[in-house]
Structures are given as structure tokens and as C-alpha cells.
Ligand binder design. Sequence first.
Ligand SMILES: Nc1nc2c(c(=O)[nH]1)N[C@H]1C(S)=C(S)[C@@H](COP(=O)(O)O)O[C@H]1N2
Ligand SMILES: [Mo]
Length: 506
Amino acid sequence: MGQDLLDSRGGQLLVAVAAGLAGLAGSYAVTGYTPAFLASPVERTLARQMPGVVVSFAITTLGSVGQQLNLLTAVAIVGLFIALAARAAILVGQEANNRLLPGVGTALLTWVVGVALTGELVLAAGAALPAAAVVVLAQGLDALGKTTPPISSKRRRALSTIGVALGATALGYSVGTRRTPTATARDAPRLTAPGADREDIEAKLDVAAERSLDLDGLDPLVSERFFEVDINSIDPEVDADSWTLSVTGAVERELTLDYDELREMPAENQFSTLRCVGEKLNGKKMDTALWTGVPVDQLLDEAGIQSGCECVMLRAADGYFEEFPIDALRGGMLVYGMNGTVLPRGHGYPVRALVPGHWGEVNVKWLTEIEILDREAEGYWEKRGWQGTGPVNPVAKLHYREDTDDGRRRLGGHAYGGLDGVSSVEVSTDGGVTWTEASLSEPLPSVDGEGVAADAWRQWEYAYAAPSGGHTVVVRMVDDEGRVQPETESKAYPSGPSGWVRQEFA
Ligand SMILES: Nc1nc2c(c(=O)[nH]1)N[C@H]1C(S)=C(S)[C@@H](COP(=O)(O)O)O[C@H]1N2
Ligand SMILES: [Mo]
């Protein structure tokens, strides 16, 4: 007697929410954590629309939590939309007294919006069908409930519907997670390429391991966990077989190169450190890898540069773009390998730019285009107020502390000065009055193995008799020209953190 789940307002809302959940789960199940997931374009739009100050706050203060919040919001928006679509379809169906409309309408609305968001005709059905199925299920339960005692109560039908939706969510989550192409730095496949010298890679990685200081828990010279910074929380999934890189704009002849062609060119193996302009002074967004790739100079020469501004824009598959002087790109590399593995998805698979000595942001991942400009333009971060296209700030970080049994204290960390190198690290244990030199790890080898890597960090360590009272430790580095790291403090925004790392000891 009017006890249909779909007849009451609460019941309709419950079915609509269940449809939203099932739609999200279905979408995730068929796409995994890739840009075809319905929440991905929404998350992207949210990130793009966010005012510069908010983004800067999120980066410098919240770190990756800000990005998670953004993704969560996007997921909620998409779920809510599917729920609204389902509710509209249910109401219209009832109005028209049509039993097909609720299901068909839910599927159609969800699918159309899915296609509009992602452009994926088939994958969008992954959201549409489960959402519609939940609506049809509720209808079916209502119909059956008239004759079948176990589901004769509205409550039971409501619980069944929600139960099915939650089950679908769990299933969709696990299927989708398995589908997600991971290839993180640790599970990426071993690199083999006609142009890459495997022996040289192994030899260099061995040297890096040997030269790393024995400080338990401090990252060795080749980082074990390399930081990631992305404008989207869902990385693009680029198909290497159809990937191309083009050199366009103010050139004598435009060029296009595919993945195989690039991997056939003679490659180099270069140690290089990346540091994010948005990190804290003593932060953890600074890491080093052995990068395998092709020097970019030969490509630039082949194209014949005609730039009026001597500047270049790099563009990427995730919509990212950065502009900077062509000079900085010279000496750079088109990287397809990292630490002897294929370049991991999170670090720009199939190909990223490596721009030695410069802030991380110009090391464009998922690179698709090198556009030689005639006039200056702004990059993604510069449009948001950052000034991170120049050389990195020098820094000596303090990340290791050990109190030994003999009453001594051992400190350690990394120092990085970009192309200006690191010649020494100095430590003060009296707040900066007196300074002593720390010992440094042997420098990493250069590309040809004969010299010193031009753009790589070094580790330092220093042991002293820790005074009983409170004292302040300060560390600073000196570059190859004898210049001491500037003392003046500044925050990350807009042009990178500076100052000396200090730590109080009680
Ligand atoms: N396409 C693309 N390239 C990108 C980014 C990005 O979001 N998209 N982030 C940049 C920033 S801000 C930094 S610090 C480095 C980080 O490189 P990593 O994630 O490999 O450590 O990549 C840069 N390249
Ligand atoms: Mo960055």
C-alpha cells in the first residue's frame, strides 16, 4: 500500500545515492587511476581554476594532502551528479508512468556526461550501466516485494539496494586498482634500448652505491624514493607506441620523433638532482637519479632555431607547459630511462625533459612538444605567480642525527648547488659563530665517467661532542667558485626557499 521504495522521497534519494556510488565504482573498475576515470577531468578543472594563492598554500603547506582533498572533492561532485541524474530519471519516469525511463534515463544522462568529460565512448558506459542497474534493481525489488515476503518491507529493500551498491563499490575499487598502470620507481621494467649502454648504467649505479655514506635511513646518492610533483592527482597514461615528440614554432624545419626513433639514438647516462621550487628549506622534494636519454642539442640543431626571444615552451600530455631560455635546455636531455629502469609513469613515461641545474618545474614530464618561441610567454606555474624557471638555490640539508654511545653526535644530509657544484659543507654547532668543514661523499661521476657529475648532490656527515646544554646547529654549503650559500631567508613562494638550515638541540 504505497510502500514502494521508489515512491517515497527518502527512498528515491537512497536509490539515487546508491546509483552514484555504483557509477563511480563502475567507472573506476574499467579505467583504474587514469585520466579516463570520470573524476579525473573534474579534478583537473578544479586544480586549474583554483586561484594561485590557494594552490601555493596547498603546495607549500598541505603538500600532497591538498591534492588528495581536491581529488576527493572531484569524486564527490561526480557521484553527486550521477545521483541527481538517477533521481531526475526516476521522477520523470514516474511522471510519465513509464517503467523503462528511470533506468534508461539514468544510463543515458550518466553516459552523455561521461563522454563529455572524458571523450571515452566505451569507457563512459562503465559508469552508466552500473548506475542504471541500481535503479532497475530498486524497481525490481519494489515489484517483487508485492509478492515475496522476505523483501516485503521497504526497509529490507532499501538495505538490499545499498548493500548491492556498496558491494559494487568494493568490487569496482579492487578491479580498478589492479587495472591502474603503476610502474612506480620500484616496479618499472628493466630498461633495454638500442641506444642505451647497459654496462655503463650498471657501472655507474655501482659507483653511486659505493660512494654513498653509511648513514642509516639517509637517502643514498641515488634516491630510493624519488619525490613526485604533479599538477593533477591522476597521472596521464601515455601510450609509447603512439607517442611522438615534435619540435615546432620558430624553426627552419619542424621535426617529429617517435619512441623507437628516440631509443635508437645514442643515449647518455647522467646523474642529476631535481629540486622543487615549492619545497620547504629543509624539505624532502630534492632527489637524485641516474637518467638515461638523448642530448637535446642535436635535435635543436637539426630543427634550426630562429627564435627572437631565445626562449622555448615545453608542452606535455597532461596539459602542463613551461617556458624558459633555450640556453637552459641546451645540455639537457630527452629522458626515457631512470636508474636502469624504463622511466616510470609517475616520472613522465615515456619521455621527460631533463634541464640540468634548474628547478624541477622545467623538467617537463610526459613531454610531447618543444615549441621554439618568438616572444616570451608564461608557463603554468608562472601564470600562478611562481618564478621557478631559473637555476636552483644552493642548499645543505640536515636529515640525519645519531647519538652514539661515546657521547658524540653524528649529523648528516645532502647538499646541492645545481651547476655551481658543491665543494664543501660547513657546520656550526654554536648558532653560526664558528664553522667546521663536514666530510663529503665522493662526487658522482660525469656522463663520460672521467670527471665529476655537473649537476648532482653530495652527502655530508659531521660528528662532534654534543654539549650538555642547548645549542643551535647551522649548516651551509660552498659551491665550486667558493661562494657560500646565501644566509638571507625566504619562503618557497615565489622563487624557492633560501637561507641556512638551522636546528635547535635541547
Ligand atoms: N607534465 C608535467 N611535468 C612536470 C610537472 C607536472 O605537473 N606535469 N611537475 C613539475 C614539477 S613542479 C616538478 S618539481 C618536477 C618533479 O619531477 P618528479 O615528479 O619526477 O620528481 O616535475 C615537473 N614536471
Ligand atoms: Mo616543482
